[in-house]
Design a protein around this ligand. Structure first.
Ligand code: SF4
Ligand code: SF4
Length: 292
């Protein structure tokens, strides 16, 4: 069982298009679990329209016992997120600012803080259909996307033995949620778009992955010849491009209707070649005993 993560520096490059269509394409022959980690805006289910089962995703919340509290201020000083305000005989907790780090609990000498829980989002799933799908969905107002990504991955891991391949559709960007989503994967694929913005954010993602010492490959989406800088940069820097999907209005229309695009031979071929390349790269690294 391998795990592949599809990332993009910039939003809108087609990361979901590639992840969803690859999952659909491969599920004809192997057992695929697609994991939607774009928890602030999950949309993979739109393509599959499955019947979904939902579980709550819960995370740490400190609970304050004001009978024991001496209003010593220590928890407030320790909290880096400004989630606790303390004044003489007054303590206020701002749940929406709390990141659940538990530091306040450990700093309180008076045992006035104990473990609590709050729901930060939902985990939606259908493990019966092929490909199977698990999708994290953050509650409105919650800022804990990284925590929910971790929970969604844990949920997928509990089921991983039933699958040959896990495909992570990761959140866009290069910040904490994207970094959390690529932890523990066998290969990262950057879905890049040949535009000045796309190229700019691609280079940030490339730098990030290199710093993290992650293996990565590149898939170019909406490919056309009007902006050659991305392709030239990859060639010049020895970065492996494993496939591309040409820019096409028809594909955009199909995507906007929530349709798959693997009915064209060209796209199916590109996805198949990309998959073979990914597997070859993973297996070569395993042979050489190098971790991703
Ligand atoms: S550290 Fe404990 S005792 Fe001090 S203000 Fe916070 S909850 Fe109260
Ligand atoms: S758990 Fe962490 S973030 Fe939340 S209130 Fe306590 S110190 Fe602040």
């Amino acid at each position: 069982m391998y795990k592949i993560a599809f990332v993009s520096g910039k939003g809108g490059t087609g990361k979901t298009t590639v992840a969803v269509n690859l999952a659909k394409f491969l599920s004809i022959n192997i057992r695929v679990l697609l994991v939607d980690l774009d928890v602030e805006e999950p949309n993979d289910n739109i393509f599959f329209n499955y019947n979904i089962t939902t579980d709550g995703a819960f995370y740490y919340r400190p609970t304050f016992d004001l009978e024991k509290c001496t209003y010593c201020l220590e928890c407030s000083k320790k909290c880096q997120f400004g989630a606790i305000a303390v004044a003489p005989n007054f303590l206020n907790f701002f749940e929406e600012l709390c990141h659940g780090c538990t530091a306040c609990k450990y700093i309180c000498q008076y045992k006035a803080i104990s473990d609590g829980e709050r729901e930060i989002g939902k985990i939606n799933y259908n493990l019966a259909n092929s490909p199977s799908l698990i999708s994290g969905c953050l509650n409105y107002g919650s800022t804990l996307s990284t925590a929910l990504i971790r929970k969604t991955k844990e949920y997928a891991d509990r089921n991983k033995d039933n699958f040959d391949l896990l495909i992570y559709d990761c959140p866009p960007g290069n910040s904490c949620p994207a970094i959390e989503s690529i932890k523990g994967v066998d290969m990262v694929v950057i879905v890049a778009e040949p535009t000045p913005f796309g190229f700019h954010d691609f280079k940030i993602m490339e730098k990030t992955l290199k710093k993290l010492d992650k293996n990565f490959l590149i898939f170019i989406n909406k490919d056309d010849s009007s902006f050659p800088d991305l392709r030239n940069y990859c060639l010049f820097n020895n970065l492996k491009i494993i496939g591309n999907i040409k820019y096409s209005k028809n594909i955009s229309k199909q995507y906007s209707k929530g349709e798959f695009i693997i009915n064209t031979t060209e796209v199916a071929e590109q996805l198949y070649n990309a998959y073979v390349n990914i597997m070859n790269n993973i297996e070569r690294r395993i042979e050489r005993n190098i971790n991703c």
